[in-house]
Ligand binder design. Structure first.
Ligand code: ADP
Ligand code: MG
Length: 669
């Protein structure tokens, strides 16, 4: 017999083909999926609030008898029903209403409603509350809190509540591996449950979910051991040639990490290695050594970057480094025309080009590789799982190297990247100047302009970074453009460039080239310069509204300066009236230049959303666990997971079965 948890949701009353399709959009196929679809918050409909005690802004349950009902003609026609409960009065206001609705609320009838209280023209009112009318006084309110669920178009809270209330009546086994009772509790907490009670229950479930995730990662790791990739042993040692031509010595950390990567490539087991290193620590050249190793065997490498600017920068570096070794490199970006793409696609398909560098354009259908042996993903936190998988699918089981400048605290790598090996570059190239960072209030903008003049007179260059809170490149572009106009007026005689994501590729390339050649001294930009811009002569950076960015992002941005031999300065131009947390965060960035330390502090202050790339990609979306609230569970999760694997594989299996969604792809790395 199928265990309850595994039964399809169609076994519930009222779930037909159409509703079941809608539920699937929420990832709900089985009863366990519905059970795991937990409320995002609760409404308290367990007691009636006397009308006299109501306050604006309150969301609550009230009840009264209808004493008046009339349509009023103000700016908008509305229907107003007045209730009275012996303590006071409340108006219900409806802008949309029907005749039958009006007929349903007769004078003297009882109405129970739930909604938000607000100020109306004649005292407190509720607009469009949920309500029910009764001819006689209704029964006591519900004894449990009312769940509010995440939902999707075409699926109301009422329907979802009806479905989850059916769950309580089913017979759930006394789950050792799945806390069924805790889950049921979270769907309908008792009226007297405190916030702390609920959080405690959530934590229990989160612990299970994280453990399941950890087990999946461990499972993948062991699966990888059975897969076969092309072994790439040492052969012509072309890497040595590159070392000679580089123009700098590798740091000790780079040498160590390069060895780790190259040793992995010698194995027939596919590599899956996370290469982390602070901004400017020199990860690119490690990628180049890996690509060279593949090329020595006539095998291909695909390097994927999140932005065109970065892809072009990599293309420039790789061409400079690899062409002298006789390795042909091609660039593929979305901006290229089909005519431009065609010869490159042909070169990749017949194996003549051994390295492909590009943006998302790399994994489109028409891109075929003759012999793809290695995929490299730069700034991995900016890509979603699916993009990475799509690239991987271009080879059979290629080796994979993922690089990130966003340091992930060790506690998180332990569990979330348990399927990967990790290499860390923990040393910056010698001769880097520390960057001094200061916070300057908006009111002292004049001083900032003076600083820019000073730097430019000293033949150095500067960035002015515009940020907006909206995640909209269009608004960002507008704000950058406005700042650019203003600065042109305020700094006459200076050549000021503008760079943002809405510009055409050629325009962007032109501006970057001008800045690279010092034809333009000040570059006004959005955060598009976050990755891939490398101009050692730029020594000053102004960041507007730094409080709007995450610390990791601020740190990345700041990493665009401090690349040459001269001292660099970063000015955080903030608006007065910062919150305490915002102040604390800016203090961290002012006081430290250590990406790992910054990431760890950031995790303490605001959780790892940004670190793990949920910002843009929605990756590692847990159903219940929230890494901000539950990061502290991870060491224990790892211990529990390891113990289950060793001592209770059956239980580990059950946990996996409950949590792994039917489409396991969504938790793939
Ligand atoms: P990131 O780790 O941020 O990707 P990059 O690979 O872009 O860093 O390197 C930053 C800059 O430092 C580049 O100009 C690169 O050529 C240079 N670089 C890399 N390694 C060294 C080194 N060992 N010594 C000096 N400069 C280096
Ligand atoms: Mg880089």
């Amino acid at each position: 017999m199928t265990p309850t948890a595994e039964l399809s949701v169609t076994t519930l009353k009222g779930v037909g083909p159409s509703l079941s399709t809608t539920l699937q959009k929420l990832g709900i196929f089985r009863l366990i999926d519905l059970l795991l679809h937990l409320p995002i918050r609760y409404q308290d409909r367990t007691h009636l609030v006397p009308l006299r005690q109501l306050q604006a802004g309150q969301e609550c349950l009230v009840q009264g008898q209808v004493v008046d009902s009339q349509v009023v003609y103000g700016r908008r026609r509305s229907w107003v029903v007045t209730l009275e409960d012996g303590t006071g009065y409340l108006s219900l206001r409806f802008f949309h209403f029907s005749k039958p609705q009006q007929a349903g609320l007769k004078t003297g009838h009882y109405v129970r409603c739930f909604g938000e209280v607000r100020f109306g023209p004649k005292g407190l009112e509720m607009a469009h509350p949920e309500y029910r009318a009764f001819a006689v006084p209704p029964e006591e309110p519900e004894g449990r809190l009312t769940p509010v669920y995440p939902t999707t178009k075409g699926l109301g809270q009422g329907r979802l509540r009806n479905l989850t209330s059916q769950l309580a009546d089913l017979s759930w086994p006394d789950g050792q591996s799945t806390p069924f009772q805790t889950l049921l509790y979270l769907h309908r907490p008792p009226a007297d449950a405190s916030q702390a009670d609920i959080e405690q229950a959530q934590e229990r479930v989160a612990r299970d979910e994280l453990t399941a995730y950890y087990l999946i990662m461990r499972h993948r790791q062991s699966q990888r051991a059975h897969q076969r990739a092309l072994a790439l042993p040492r052969s012509q040692q072309l890497g040595r040639e590159l070392l000679k031509n580089l123009g700098f010595e590798l740091t000790g950390a780079q040498r160590r990490v390069a060895t780790e990567v190259l040793l992995d490539l010698e194995q027939a087991m596919p590599m899956l290695r996370l290469l982390q290193g602070d901004v400017g620590s020199g990860k690119t050249v490690i990628a180049a050594f890996a690509a060279i190793r593949a090329a020595e065997h006539g095998a291909q490498t695909a390097l994927m970057a999140p932005t065109e600017i970065l892809a072009e920068q990599h293309y420039f570096n790789f061409s400079t480094w690899l062409a002298p070794l006789g390795i042909s490199v091609v660039l593929l970006t979305g901006a290229q025309t089909l005519k431009q793409r065609r010869p490159k696609l042909a070169a990749l398909a017949d194996g003549e080009a051994l390295v492909a560098i590009g943006t998302h354009a790399l994994f489109q259908h028409d891109v075929e590789f003759a012999n793809l042996a290695l995929t490299i993903v730069d700034e991995q936190h900016r890509f979603g799982v699916h993009q990475r998988m799509a690239l991987r699918a271009k080879g059979r089981t290629p080796h994979q190297l993922v690089m990130t400048a966003t340091p992930i605290p060790r506690t998180l790598t332990m569990a979330l990247y348990a399927d990967m090996d990790v290499s860390t570059i923990d040393e910056l190239p010698a001769g880097r100047q520390p960057i001094s960072t200061r916070a300057v209030p908006e009111s002292r903008r004049g001083e900032v302009l003076e600083r820019i003049r000073g730097a430019l007179e000293g033949q150095q260059q500067a960035y002015w970074v515009c940020t907006l809170i909206e995640d909209s490149e269009q608004l960002n572009a507008q704000s950058a453009e406005a700042t650019w106009q203003t600065l042109k007026v305020q700094l006459p005689g200076i050549n000021i460039g503008l760079l943002h994501g809405r510009m055409k590729s050629e325009e962007k390339a032109k501006v970057m080239a001008a800045f690279n050649n010092n034809e333009c001294q000040l570059l006004v930009a959005t955060t598009v310069i976050e990755v891939g811009v490398d101009v050692p002569n730029a020594t000053l950076m102004v960041i507007e509204n730094p409080e709007r960015l995450g610390l990791a992002q601020l740190h990345q941005l700041r990493g665009r300066i401090g690349r040459g031999a001269k001292a660099s300065h970063c000015l955080l131009l903030y608006k007065e009236g910062l919150s305490e947390v915002a102040k604390a965060r800016l203090k961290i960035i002012r006081e430290s230049q250590d990406g790992f330390y910054i990431a760890e502090q950031d995790l303490k202050l605001r959780g790892p959303g940004e670190l793990l790339g949920t910002r843009q990609t929605g990756e590692t979306q847990f159903r219940v666990a929230n890494l901000r609230a539950h990061a502290h569970l991870i060491p224990d999760v790892v211990r529990t997971g390891d113990r289950l694997l060793k001592e209770a594989p059956g239980q580990a299996q059950a946990l996996l079965a409950a949590w792994a969604p039917p489409d396991t792809g969504s938790i793939a790395v």
